[in-house]
Design a protein around this ligand. Structure first.
Ligand SMILES: Nc1ncnc2c1ncn2[C@@H]1O[C@H](COP(=O)(O)OP(=O)(O)OP(=O)(O)O)[C@@H](O)[C@H]1O
Ligand SMILES: [Mg+2]
Length: 237
């Protein structure tokens, strides 16, 4: 099995004025290609920060992130953007759609960046998969929170990511739409082998992933389903 993500002794400290706030410290884990993993923990424990570091959106203060064999630590902003565009899908907790673009245009952006053909047709298909084909010409402000979340998912799927990070992907959705989105995520994992890393407060969703990493106060407090833990457990039996 090939390693898709390797996190080594990761820490993130924010500076505000002359104060330092350590948000994450001593984080270590490895994911294999095709894994499904949830990151859970209380509000403010560092989940979104961790996801952003894993995806190369932000840089760690110390430690290392190796994504698909590429060490992100010393890459420039542009180089990290290239890695993201090639391998990573990201669903933001606050969606981060471009307000001046319609739903369709938002989904088209990653496809255009990759220089793909039939961009509009592909983007329409993706919007259809999240049940929003009819709202394609609406701007983010004309969409509900749940609808924006689904556009954000369609955009994250659009570059057929090797690894998809989703921050509370069902957090703003009603039960039925949430289940549909869950289905889409796990279909993507099964059909395309996309590695899934989800941040969620929904323990039912977390339990559907192979692995649950629990963080508290910026530290990993438990990591169930990690291959090394299962190996140790098996060896003990
Ligand atoms: N840019 C920043 N500057 C300073 N502090 C930050 C910054 N970003 C995040 N933090 C702090 O880091 C901590 C972790 O934030 P983070 O957003 O990762 O939490 P979270 O686990 O995702 O919480 P939630 O479940 O509420 O989304 C918080 O205390 C937050 O205030
Ligand atoms: Mg968060």
């Amino acid at each position: 099995m090939s390693t898709i993500l390797e996190i080594k002794n990761l820490a993130k400290t924010y500076k505000s004025g002359d104060r330092h706030l350590t948000v994450l410290e001593g984080i270590n884990f490895t994911l294999n290609a095709g894994d499904t993993c949830s990151i859970v923990g209380p509000s403010g424990s560092g989940k979104t920060t961790l996801l952003g570091l894993c995806a190369g959106l932000d840089r760690a203060s110390t430690g290392s992130v190796i994504l698909n064999g590429i060490k992100l630590d010393n890459l420039s902003e542009d180089e990290r953007a290239q890695v993201r565009n090639q391998y990573v899908g990201f669903v933001f907790q606050n969606f981060q759609l471009i307000p001046t673009l319609t739903a369709l245009e938002n989904v088209m952006v990653p496809l255009e960046l990759r220089g793909e053909r039939n961009v509009q047709k592909q983007a329409m298909e993706l919007l259809g998969r999240v049940g929003l084909a009819e709202r394609h010409d609406h701007y983010p402000t004309q969409l509900s929170g749940g609808e924006q979340q689904r556009v954000s998912l369609a955009r994250a799927f659009s570059n057929r990511p090797t690894i998809l990070f989703a921050d509370e992907p069902t957090g703003n959705l009603d039960e039925e739409t949430g289940e549909h989105v869950e289905q889409l995520l796990f279909d993507l994992n099964r059909e395309a082998g996309t590695t899934l890393v989800l941040v969620t407060h929904d323990l039912e969703l977390a339990e559907k992933t192979q692995r649950i990493i629990r963080i508290k106060g910026g530290h990993v407090v438990s990591d169930t389903g990690a291959p090394e833990i299962i190996a140790t457990r098996d060896a003990e039996q």
